[in-house]
Design a protein around this ligand. Sequence first.
Ligand SMILES: Nc1ncnc2c1ncn2[C@@H]1O[C@H](COP(=O)(O)OP(=O)(O)O)[C@@H](O)[C@H]1O
Ligand SMILES: [Mg+2]
Length: 232
Amino acid sequence: MQVSLSDICKTFLIDGAPVKVVDDISLTLERGVFASVVGTSGCGKSTLLQLLAGYYPPDSGQIITEGSICLLPQDDLLLPWRTVIDNAAIAAEIHGSDVADARHRAVELLPLFGLEGFGNSLPSQLSGGMRQRAALLRTYIAAGDFWLLDEPFGKLDALTREAMQHWLKQVWYTLGVGVLFVTHDIDEAVLLSQRIYVMSPRPGRIIATVEVAPNIDDVDRLELKKQIKSLL
Ligand SMILES: Nc1ncnc2c1ncn2[C@@H]1O[C@H](COP(=O)(O)OP(=O)(O)O)[C@@H](O)[C@H]1O
Ligand SMILES: [Mg+2]
């Protein structure tokens, strides 16, 4: 199962003038593969995810999506008046699919998402890490094949972020989803990914595709980080 983008371009009107934001991007996501996109702020990372999720069409190029895909946006918030389970089942409500089934699946997944005993809690009763895990639970209930994650740990403190990175890797492995993870943090990308797409400053192009060996040692990891940093 795959999602593939070929030769995607997108131009926005910025202050009345057309600005090319995404330039000729091709990439393929596969189920079970963890890929990241790194690039500086404003290079078009969020736009790329929004194109993949079908929020709006590209100006040119082709997107082929097999399976279900869900974007967790950068500034996403859980609805504060709804419990964890009610938030998790929201896509089923919106799409008119089986809400009882979505709620049931969410309850079963609470332990994996580190939310056991918190299904009936409101977002305000959760820590920052738990809120992000609840948002990811909702993402998984909405679409079980591909996750597009837009800087999901950017607002967490360093210790929580580190715990969440290890947790995410475990959950990705357990569920076998395909992930495209956007970050401007090279360390985070190298820690989590099997493949890293490096984007140039605007207009965003993919200037390198870096494979991270599963058994990479500390020396090679450091070298890889230096190599990516030199490209940005
Ligand atoms: N809907 C939009 N309309 C106009 N300009 C946009 C829109 N979305 C993004 N942009 C512009 O496109 C550029 C890239 O934005 P974005 O994809 O959010 O970058 P990144 O996520 O890499 O920081 C920015 O200059 C931003 O202002
Ligand atoms: Mg962004």
